[in-house]
Design a protein around this ligand. Structure first.
Ligand SMILES: [Zn+2]
Length: 143
C-alpha cells in the first residue's frame, strides 16, 4: 500500500495528472464536435446519398418497443470517426517522437578492433593494442 501511495505521489509530481485532465477536457469537447459533425453534417449528407433517409427517424417497431437503430448508427459513426482521428494523431505523434529520438542519437566514437576485439577510436586506422592496420581491412570489408 505504501508503494502504491508513493507511485501515486510520483504520478502527481510528474504532472501526469494535469496532462490527463487536459486530455479528458479536450477529449470531451472533441467528442461533442465529432458527434455534431456526424449528426448534423455527415448523416444528412449520407441520407441524401441513400435517397432522402433521415437517420434519426430510422426505427423499427417490435411489438410495443421502438428500436431507434438510426440514432445507434450515428453513435457507431461517431465512434469510428473518433477512433480514426485518434489513430492518425497517435501515428503522427509517434513519428515526431521517433524523429526526435533519432536526432538525439550520438554518433559512435568507438569501434571494436576485428583482430584483438579491443575498443578503439572509431576513426583509428591502426589498432593501438595489436598494431593491426585497420584502414585497409575496413576498406576491403566495405567492398
Ligand atoms: Zn587490435
Amino acid at each position: 500500500m505504501k508503494g502504491f501511495m508513493e507511485e501515486f505521489k510520483d504520478f502527481i509530481a510528474k504532472g501526469n495528472v494535469m496532462d490527463m485532465a487536459v486530455g479528458v477536457i479536450i477529449g470531451g469537447a472533441f467528442g461533442k464536435i465529432v458527434s455534431s459533425l456526424v449528426e448534423n453534417i455527415l448523416m444528412p449528407l449520407i441520407g441524401i446519398i441513400l435517397g432522402g433517409v433521415n437517420f434519426s427517424d430510422l426505427s423499427v417497431t417490435v411489438g410495443t418497443a421502438e428500436v431507434k437503430y438510426g440514432i445507434f448508427l450515428q453513435s457507431v459513426f461517431d465512434f469510428l470517426i473518433i477512433a480514426f482521428v485518434i489513430f492518425v494523431m497517435i501515428k503522427q505523434i509517434s513519428k515526431v517522437t521517433d524523429k526526435f529520438k533519432k536526432e538525439e542519437e550520438v554518433e559512435p566514437t568507438e569501434k571494436v578492433c576485428p583482430f584483438c576485439k579491443s575498443t578503439i577510436a572509431v576513426d583509428a586506422t591502426r589498432c593501438p593494442h595489436c598494431t593491426s592496420e585497420l584502414g585497409s581491412v575496413k576498406w576491403k570489408s566495405g567492398l
